[in-house]
Write a protein that binds this ligand. Structure first.
Ligand code: HPA
Length: 289
């Protein structure tokens, strides 16, 4: 397969299309995963642009992913919101999955708040609970699927970016504080992104548990890698939709269970995101591009 690279011009062209719809310069980028679309409806003074109208945006075909970019204000902060996202398993190259993050950066966003639905690998995690992502394992990257593959764009960041503290400690602490105050059951843990779309076998689940994974999903890591490369601060939130036991003959991930957990999770994640964005401690610290 031909490798797909994007140039600075590609990112600027996409940003230009978005700027035709709004004068707002967003300071925060938000990715809303499965079941969280409603939060974008709460954005004030919103301009809304379908992904198809923005050049090179990834395809978002999954049910529950609207596939729209919304620019407006949330808790008084200028935000650019992805209502849905493109996944690798939909046939998007890993570079294309990361494409919107650099467009957000070109538009001015200096912080990324990213959400996802995830399966609980940690035996103590229950559906409906939130995991604030402490760190991730970039298994796709280890297997050669890193969104920074190809010529480095120095304007965004260095050839070999550090991934220490990929999830900004101050934002993790702030989210923890907000969740505690709102009595939202939550954990701090390690996320892993697998390519999907097939779910894990019981042996996969035991492997993931053995290497220190707390929750598994099919997104987020590529976007966070791109965000960190360009110096953005990151907050990652997983909504635990199902428990994975790793027992042969045990229950398979069950769609009903996932939907039920989603109903609990949407308001919980919304409370945390609003609490973090609205907090006086929330500060934008990154440099200008
Ligand atoms: N596995 C992978 N991704 C997921 C799961 C799961 O069990 N649940 C929600 N996203």
């Amino acid at each position: 397969m031909k490798v797909e690279y994007f140039t600075m011009q590609d990112f600027q062209d996409a940003a230009e299309v978005i700027r035709r719809h709004t004068n707002l310069e967003p300071e925060v980028g938000l990715i809303l995963g499965s079941g969280l679309n409603a939060l974008a409806e709460a954005v004030d003074d919103a301009a809304s642009i379908p992904f198809e109208a923005i050049p090179n945006f990834p395809v978002s075909t999954v049910a529950g992913h609207v596939g729209r970019l919304v620019v407006g204000r949330l808790e008084g902060r200028a935000v650019v919101v992805m209502q849905g996202r493109g996944h690798f398993y939909e046939g998007n190259s890993i570079m294309r999955v990361g494409f919107p993050i650099r467009v957000m950066r070109v538009l001015g966003a200096k912080t990324l708040v990213v959400t996802n639905a995830a399966g609980g690998i940690n035996m103590t995690y229950r559906p409906g609970e939130v995991m604030i992502i402490r760190d991730h394992i970039n298994l796709l990257g280890m297997a050669g699927q890193n969104p920074l593959y190809g010529p480095n764009l120095d304007t965004f960041g260095p050839r070999f970016p550090s991934m220490n503290d990929a999830y900004t400690p101050a934002l993790r602490q702030l989210a923890d504080q907000v969740a505690l105050e709102a009595r939202i059951p939550h954990h701090l843990g390690v996320y892993i992104c697998l390519a999907g779309p097939s779910f894990e076998t019981p042996a996969d689940v035991r492997f993931l548990r053995a290497i220190g994974v707390d929750a598994v999903g099919m997104s987020t890591v590529p976007e966070v890698t791109v965000a960190r490369h360009s110096g953005m601060e990151v907050l990652g939130l997983s909504g635990i939709t199902n428990s994975l036991m790793g027992e042969e003959g045990g229950p398979a991930p069950n769609h009903e269970e996932v939907l039920e957990a989603g109903r609990l999770l949407a308001p919980r994640l919304e409370t945390i995101i609003r609490g973090v964005l609205g907090a006086p401690e929330f500060a934008v610290r990154s440099n200008n591009l």
